[in-house]
Design a protein. Structure first.
Length: 452
């Protein structure tokens, strides 16, 4: 108990040294948050480029300004290192490494395994280890606790294990690391006590749960919920096109119900590291228990089909102007997976780009944030300058990700023909075709209404 109280005292009095493993979209903002709360922070990453950037005070993540980072580096609150031996100094080690999929669409936990191997070789006694990477239920016990315990370390005496899922939403100016509620599960009550002390220093609200498995499952549930509902509304958009009904007006009408309806919008597909991948982690784990989730599989299939639906819609839109997709010049607005960020991970714009090229279109893109893209054939494509007068050179402009810097009126004025996948333009017209809308318009005009 003395060791436990000693570590808790260090955490509560900001005397603990915090090590963050992985300095990407999750790890760097977390490292900055701890450093800004006056903790000494060690950032560990195997990328020499990343280490050099951080130690120069240069941020490659839009949510963290270089000015903000440099101040912490200059005051020695945050230092980045390639040397794993520096982890020996840490009282708390937080793992923020990628959890992608293998080529066969199974969980790739190799980054977690590598991180834990590094910890095992460099950890000091009386250390709390927290995993934040999104993963399947049971990972903390199987991949964190079991390997460390196999080295002779004793749980609740030499080390403590927690799981706290990252909830980073890149580009979100309202909810960031500090004010996003933090779910936390500990393997033991002592671990939970220490984990609460750790995160309570930097996070406004810590949400305790009964176990690491509950915390692991909560993250997968959050994003699978979104995946399933996005898939449903995407399917409704396709149905509305068949029925010649405007899905956007339909959604607006349904949204007026003050209870029992949660709005989701259709679009060209899902992107980012979480929503496209997390349901697959959950489905994989379910199959281990001989449980097959038809909802998850169907949602994945529906969402993955959306980029192809956009290409088909583009072809039909051009056909309506007596033009063929083959040979037409097409401009994509926005390559990043969401507005106002530079993240291309799993962006639906990528398969739209590739499938248009395969269909014979001459494809360009405009994105002031995600300025370069390496195509499947290895060719690097760069954004065109944001010059609205040049939009008229294209047979079709497809709105995929509408960053705030894009001017809707300028897009409308200078484009010959627009395919709007996000209802950015607000209505269909002679030059705007919207995903999820039929040929007719279903907007009531006040002057045509007779009130009785």
């Amino acid at each position: 108990m003395e060791k436990l109280e000693e570590l808790k005292y260090k955490l509560n009095n900001k005397e603990a040294i915090i090590a963050i493993m992985g300095l990407g979209y999750v790890g760097l903002p977390l490292a900055v948050s701890f450093a800004e709360k006056d903790f000494q922070v060690i950032g560990y990453d195997p990328s020499e480029r990343k280490i050099d950037l951080v130690n120069r005070g240069e941020s490659d993540i839009m949510d963290i300004s270089s000015e903000r980072l440099k101040q912490l580096v200059d005051t020695k609150k945050l230092e980045a290192t390639l040397n794993p031996a520096e982890l020996k100094r840490a009282d708390a080690i937080i793992i923020c490494v990628p959890t992608p999929l293998t080529k066969s669409y199974e969980p790739d936990i190799s980054y977690i395994v590598s991180a834990v191997d590094t910890i095992r070789a460099n950890m000091s006694s009386n250390t709390i280890v927290v995993l934040e990477s999104t993963t399947y239920p049971g990972t903390s016990k199987e991949l964190i606790y079991a390997p460390i315990a196999s080295d002779g370390w004793k749980l609740d005496e030499d080390f403590y294990v927690c799981y706290s899922p990252e909830r980073v939403d890149p580009g979100n100016q309202t909810y960031q690391t500090v004010n996003t509620p933090k779910v936390l599960g500990g393997m033991t009550p002592h671990a939970m006590d220490l984990g609460t002390a750790l995160y309570g220093q930097v996070i406004d609200q810590v949400i305790p749960v009964a176990s690491t498995e509950v915390a692991e499952m909560s993250k997968l549930l959050e994003n699978t919920f979104r995946s399933v509902n996005i898939a449903f509304i995407n399917e409704m958009a396709m149905l509305c096109e068949k029925l010649n009904i405007d899905v956007w007006e339909t959604i607006e009408a349904s949204s007026t119900k003050p209870f029992g309806f949660m709005r989701f919008n259709p679009g060209p597909g899902i992107g980012g590291h979480c929503i496209p991948l997390d349901p697959i982690y959950l489905s994989w784990k379910a199959k281990e228990s001989n449980f097959f989730s038809r909802f998850i599989e169907l949602a994945q299939e529906t969402n993955q089909q959306m980029p192809e639906n956009v290409v088909t819609k583009a072809m039909k839109t051009l056909n309506g102007q007596q033009k063929s997709l083959n040979g037409s010049r097409v401009l994509l607005l926005g390559m990043a997976y969401k507005e106002n960020i530079d993240d291309l991970r799993e962006s639906p714009s990528i398969p739209v780009f590739e499938n248009l090229r395969k269909a014979g279109a001459i494809v360009s893109f405009c994105d002031p944030f995600a300025t370069a893209y390496r195509a499947e054939d290895g060719e690097i494509h760069n954004t065109i300058p944001l010059v609205y007068e040049d939009f008229g050179k294209y047979d079709l402009v497809i709105v995929l990700t509408c960053h705030d810097v894009f001017d809707k009126e300028q897009i409308m004025t200078h484009s010959q023909l627009i395919l709007d996948t996000k209802n950015v333009m607000g209505q269909s017209s002679s030059k705007v075709v919207r995903l999820g809308s039929g040929n007719g318009l279903h907007q009531l005009k006040a002057e045509n209404l007779l009130l009785v």
